[in-house]
Design a protein around this ligand. Structure first.
Ligand code: SAH
Ligand code: SF4
Ligand code: F3S
Length: 440
């Protein structure tokens, strides 16, 4: 049997997709690169913005056509969109055989077995973590490690708490064991994943608990692991102990992804982010003081309900003041069921939203291009990932600061190369390998 999987959305979904592949292959399924050739067409969906829904629905129309031509094909829809549509999915899309939410991934095998009898859906949160499933990793030397699922924050624009449920942490020993097993399997870099990694552990019983900072130190001390990253911290929960752990643990990379969402305190208040612009900037200053040559990236939203020209200008000025190395920028999208959808008018005209996102993207590029120049004409450690995307004769890898480098050299994937950086665009660097690094 062949399966074809299309995954959308964030790193959590990338992680879940690797586990779905691992589970299906343990059941004897083989991955098909062509959807038309698959016996099982599987989608791992996202619903964070309206554009995510639209992209997925285009793909689902393709599955409908294939199923019409070959009724034996099984169509399965998992992930956040499926969870948000649990009441409607089988009536609106009768060709869908299986639907399940992000909390039911461990039951995928059982659902496939039952599907022959009836269309099946599973949308509760059954308590099992998808992180316990076998994984088929996209990058052999990198692994996602799911430390928690769900989110207890109440950001007024965000659908994630509704579709991923309350926050639940995995046990620290289980996580350290998992990372040790990954190291034994050749993994050199791990990225710890959670919607709000800093609140990790608070739901675990006293005595079994570790704070996020303690977990970082523990994972960072696993032999064979050279680099540890994490995403995302919520600024309200980012504490000194995490900054100290990063400063003192050599494997913890000098990169913080710190979603700001807006540079305006008034907008942050309407978003229910629970910090002000000033507190955010103060936190950033402490991060920069504590962690030498740290890179900082962020998420920003434009066109939130009621956003005035001045409030938007505050976001532009934050980008300059924060000196971001990069930012994911989004146009506000009203999500049914969120507080903002219920209580606020989506009142910024589309043309103004486009104007603002363009201005924001331009400012981010300008700032991050200037920042990237600090690496030029110096040697930096690069973890090699494979051939360069544009030129197979060159290599691609990443700095500890998470910036991509395309370079000439002969280092093997999964090794550390010393690279002399010769050029910088805003998103990537170019360079030449000058040596190798053998970690202690
Ligand atoms: N838990 C993570 C990721 C949340 S989703 C975090 O808090 O950082 C990733 C990003 O999508 C968010 O940071 C936010 O910038 C954006 N986003 C979420 N809901 C949105 C919406 N309704 N419209 C536009 N962007 C949104
Ligand atoms: Fe959404 Fe806020 Fe939770 Fe992030 S922290 S997932 S933006 S509710
Ligand atoms: Fe991620 Fe999209 Fe779900 S951003 S948590 S896959 S709604």
């Amino acid at each position: 049997m062949n399966y074809h999987l299309t995954s959308f959305g964030c790193q959590m979904n990338d992680h879940d997709a690797e586990r779905m592949r691992g589970l299906l292959e343990s059941l004897g399924y083989r991955e098909s690169r062509i959807r038309d050739d698959a016996d099982l067409i599987l989608f791992n969906t996202c619903t964070i913005r309206g554009s995510a829904d639209e992209r997925f629905l285009g793909n689902l129309g393709e599955a409908r056509r294939i199923k019409r031509e070959n009724p034996d094909v099984v169509v399965a829809v998992g992930g956040c969109w499926a969870q948000s549509q649990k009441e409607l999915v089988f009536t609106q899309f009768p060709f869908v055989d299986i639907a399940f939410g992000p909390g039911e991934i461990t039951r995928l095998g059982e659902l496939i077995a039952r599907e022959r009898i009836e269309a099946v859906g599973a949308f509760s949160f059954d308590g099992a973590f998808s992180g316990t499933l076998p994984a088929k990793r996209e990058r052999p030397h990198h692994a996602w490690v799911q430390i928690s699922v769900g989110c207890n924050c109440v950001c007024s624009y965000c659908i994630v708490p509704a579709v991923r449920g309350r926050e639940r942490s995995r046990h620290p020993q289980e996580l350290v064991d998992e990372v040790a097993a990954l190291a034994g399997d050749g993994v050199r870099e791990v990225t710890l994943l959670g919607q709000n990694v800093n609140s990790y552990g608070r739901d675990l019983p006293r005595g079994e608990r570790m704070t996020f900072a303690e977990l970082l130190r523990a994972v960072g001390s696993v032999p064979g692991i050279w680099r540890v990253r994490y995403t995302s911290p919520h600024p309200k929960d980012m504490r000194e102990d995490v900054i100290a752990a990063m400063a003192e643990t050599p494997t913890l990379c000098e990169h913080v992804h710190l979603p700001a969402q807006s540079g305006s305190t008034a907008v942050l208040k309407r978003m229910r982010r629970t910090y002000s612009r000033e507190r955010y900037i103060d936190l950033l200053a402490r991060i920069r003081d504590g962690i030498e040559d740290v890179s900082v990236t962020t998420d920003l939203i434009v066109g939130f309900p009621g956003e005035t020209d001045e409030e938007f200008a505050d976001t532009l000025s934050l980008v300059r003041e924060a000196r971001y190395d990069g930012a994911f920028t989004f146009v506000y999208s009203e999500r049914p069921g969120t507080e903002a959808a219920a209580a606020m008018q989506d009142d910024i005209p589309p043309a103004l939203k486009s104007e603002r996102i363009q201005a924001l993207v331009d400012t981010v590029h300008e700032v991050s291009r200037a920042r990237a120049r600090r690496f030029v004409d110096a040697e930096h450690e690069v973890l090699v990932e494979g051939p360069s995307r544009n030129d197979p004769d060159r290599l691609r890898g990443r700095l500890r600061q998470n910036i991509t480098v395309n370079f000439s050299g002969d280092a093997v994937p999964g090794s550390l190369a010393m690279v002399r950086i010769t050029g910088a665009s805003s998103a990537t660097l170019t360079g030449e390998q000058v040596g190798v690094r053998v970690p202690a």
